[in-house]
Design a protein around this ligand. Sequence first.
Ligand code: MN
Length: 191
Amino acid sequence: MKFELPQLPYALDALEPVISKTTLEYHYGKHHQAYITNLNNLIPGTKFENADLETIVKESDGGIFNNGAQVWNHTFYFLSFSPKGGGNPTGALAQAIDKSFGSFDAFKEQFSAAAATLFGAGWAWLVKNADGSLAIVKESNAGNPLRDGLTPILTCDVWEHAYYLDKQNARPKYIEDFWKIIDWSVVGARY
Ligand code: MN
């Protein structure tokens, strides 16, 4: 199937000053688009030609995996944000965070540390285990926890292209600001 860049539920300048319009023009408009274009060019004539994106993420390898997972990861990441985001989760997700990490602040601290210490390019994830408990995992490059049977709830892209235009080398500052734009109604519905 042919994949397309998803529409964002906010304007490209709506996440400023946390994420600038320029960063979104490159990160969403060029990087995300390039992964989609590459995937569409790679799958014809393979067994993934008519596969949905989740199947590609779970079952492919090499270039098809790298581009397919980057498409999935970026869509999941960009759809987690709102200019009216921030604050705290509510409902079942909030209860699960308290149960698994002790408190929302403790979870934020552990997730931020995982994102800050991930070596090189990759993604920090909050995931749900089969028993409903939560965990934080670090994945390098295009890594995606769906491959381990986990349910992704939240992700932070720590590839340099996610923050370098706005924050240069200050990855911890990008992570600190990341919490201000999380749409917990969207993220909570994934639990
Ligand atoms: Mn990215």
